[in-house]
Design a protein around this ligand. Structure first.
Ligand SMILES: [Zn+2]
Length: 204
């Protein structure tokens, strides 16, 4: 499996591509910029089959409808699926267009997805939104807007909840061993670094 990263859109979402040995790919948090996603796929020579979302906010899922129209299967937690067709995706709040859609695949906490032959363990980690998810692939955690470098996600948007976020981050900290943490915005980190230096430690 190959892993590529791009920073996309005005809110600088981290978009990730997981590409298998047959050049079939999954995009995680495809962002707002459709043309950049298409261009990247073309340049790197892969075909997008799935778009997987850590949560339903517009800055992460703003181009999902266009990708779906191209035949890309849209995958999001059962709980955040409804944000792809209501105002909880925050697009109105930020003055953005958002084409509503119904996802093709939804998942629950603890489900192991097999997409393009790549195993992805989905953990529902509510707090930033009620249906936010983190994805574990090999030794990587795609942490969306749940866990950031020495920080955590905002909880002041609709369906956000501070206590749930603290619980979710502690659940990640309790995983065995170390992982690369690849968040939805900003710099990469590791789980061992966050266990020591994350801002949540100050709330203990
Ligand atoms: Zn968000």
């Amino acid at each position: 499996m190959k892993l590529y990263h791009l920073s996309t859109g005005p809110l600088k979402v981290n978009t990730y591509f997981l590409v298998n040995e047959n050049n079939k790919a999954i995009v995680i948090d495809s962002g707002e910029n459709y043309n950049l996603i298409k261009k990247t796929a073309k340049e790197k020579g892969f075909t997008l089959e799935y778009a997987l979302y850590t949560h339903g906010h517009f800055d992460h899922a703003g181009n999902a409808k266009k990708l779906q129209d191209d035949g890309v299967k849209i995958v999001i937690s059962k709980i955040d699926a409804k944000k792809l067709s209501n105002d909880d995706n925050l697009s109105k709040h930020f003055g953005r267009n958002f084409d509503y859609l119904t996802p093709d695949v939804t998942f629950y906490d603890g489900e192991v997805l097999n997409l393009c032959g790549i195993e992805i363990k989905a953990l529902i980690t509510p707090g930033h939104t009620d249906g936010s998810a983190c994805f574990i692939v090999d030794n990587n955690i795609f942490s969306g807007d749940t866990l950031f470098l020495e920080s955590v996600g905002r909880t002041d948007f609709p369906s956000g909840n501070r206590d749930m976020l603290v619980k979710s981050v502690k659940r990640l900290f309790a995983l065995d061993g170390d992982y690369n943490v690849l968040p939805g915005h900003d710099d990469f980190t590791t789980l061992s670094h966050e266990r020591k230096y994350n801002i949540l430690n100050e709330y203990d």
